[in-house]
Ligand binder design. Structure first.
Ligand SMILES: Nc1ncnc2[nH]cnc12
Length: 431
């Protein structure tokens, strides 16, 4: 039955390989069930409810990806947008509650669903300059980088220089540094689950040193009630939040499309035209999980680059993603373990994901100043304004201005000029 449903033989794989691939991918991305609740609960959201929402949104996204799209790609609430949700949308904007932010995620998911079903998606993706696409993902990496350094205690605020070196003798900071080196070393040696091993190693040392409390491993799944159906759609429809909805939609569109195509390319799943044959279904898996995730209580779900770990050990079909979905359901029983993990144990994982995402910088056309300058502006503005949205805005505006000044009018697609003009108006009238 599995054979015919997932067309295993046709893809040159078997049940054993697919199950192994599912376990491998799950282990590389399971850190999100600990990291996501820690980040989102800073907004006042209930930690345990976010933990449950994270597991369920990931399980739903993976199940649709596996059973409907038949791809070995896993999904979960994405790093980057969870930080944007917390630090920029809720903590950074007076009056915006986490309920309103969830409403914005929900709306972005509906737009994503509509755009994926109709042909608009390709038009949008094709209209955005390559260098800005890579700069956005690299900038999100740098944004995660500054957050990780802050939560590790490695940097701190300074009235004279804005940021400065933190207390590098603090035991928690030293543990975070150790965790990062451990993850990089294990990853270099191709140990599966290196990120989760790093998080757990720091947690165990922290408990042994008496810095944090161990609250157990297993329990019945906690209640979802504190965040379930709490989103405020009316609040999110406020004109001042249109930019936020746009950023959730826009970043996820590039994040997911880029990841799906990148991982599929490496796994040999693209057709002879370099396209993903069932991309529409794959994007549907993501948009449904975004909408359901917002209703349950988490920021946007996205396709995970970590899926490459599973395809590297032979995962080729939706059975891999289905196994990941089942494992996320099993993870619902790990709430006490999630509650035992201190922020400085997840900081190394954030920093490692920053390393992965910064890779986009290599793809920028460095020899063309009119491409490189806006790309660098985009990427560095994200950590320094502490906002993915401002980074995107700076990127589009500087791209248009620089191309105009250089007389390179043919490089300017109407969509890019319109987006730049809208951001400029927002800065002029709403900031
Ligand atoms: N935003 C993201 N995009 C792709 N893969 C990820 N893994 C964790 N966060 C991710």
């Amino acid at each position: 039955m599995l054979e015919s449903f997932f067309k295993l033989k046709e893809h040159g794989t078997d049940v054993r390989t697919e199950v192994l691939a599912g376990f491998t991918t799950f282990l590389t991305m399971a850190y999100i069930i600990f990291v996501n609740p820690l980040i989102l609960s800073k907004t006042g959201m209930d930690f345990n409810a976010v933990f449950v929402a994270t597991c369920l949104a990931a399980a739903l996204g993976c199940a649709i990806m596996g059973l409907v799209a038949n791809y070995p790609m896993a999904l979960a609430p994405g790093m980057g947008l969870n930080a944007y949700f917390t630090y920029s949308v809720v903590l950074g904007s007076p009056g915006v509650t986490w309920q309103v932010a969830l409403g914005a995620v929900f709306l972005s998911g509906i737009i994503f669903l509509a755009v994926s079903l109709f042909k608009v998606r390709e038009a949008i993706v094709n209209a955005i300059p390559q260098s800005l696409k890579f700069a956005i993902s690299a900038g999100v990496g740098l944004f995660l980088g500054i957050i990780s350094l802050k939560s590790a205690g490695l940097i701190t605020g300074s009235p004279a220089t804005l940021v400065t070196l933190g207390d590098i003798h603090a035991p928690s900071t030293l543990l975070a540094i150790f965790g990062f080196f451990l993850i990089v070393a294990l990853e270099y040696r191709r140990v599966h689950g290196s990120i989760i091993i790093g998080i757990l190693a720091v947690t165990v040392l922290s408990v042994v040193l008496g810095l944090s409390e161990f609250k157990g491993v297993f329990s019945a799944p906690p209640s979802l009630a504190p965040t379930f159906m709490q989103m405020d759609l009316g609040g999110a429809l406020n004109v001042g939040l249109l930019g936020v909805v746009f950023v959730f939609f826009f970043v996820d569109l590039f994040d997911t499309t880029g990841t799906l195509v990148g991982v599929s390319h490496r796994a040999g799943l693209l057709d002879k035209d370099g396209k993903l044959p069932r991309l529409k279904r794959a994007l549907m898996a993501d948009s449904v999980a975004i909408v359901a995730g917002a209703a349950m209580g988490t920021s946007s779900t996205t396709a995970y680059v970590e899926s490459a770990a599973g395809t590297a050990v032979g995962g080729r079909t939706g059975l891999t993603a289905t196994v990941v979905a089942i494992l996320f359901l099993v993870a619902l029983f790990l709430a006490p373990l999630a509650n035992s993990i201190p922020p400085y144990a997840t900081a190394p994982a954030l920093c490692y994901v920053a390393v992965l995402m910064a890779r986009g910088l290599a793809e920028i056309a460095w020899d063309d100043l009119t491409e490189a300058a806006p790309a660098v502006v985009t990427a560095i503005a994200m950590p320094f304004t502490f906002s993915i949205a401002d980074g995107i805005a700076f990127g589009f505006i500087s791209f248009v201005v620089i191309k105009l000044l250089a007389g390179r009018f043919s490089d300017l697609r109407p969509a890019v000029v319109i987006i730049a003009a809208l951001w400029l108006m927002k800065f002029a009238f709403f900031h």
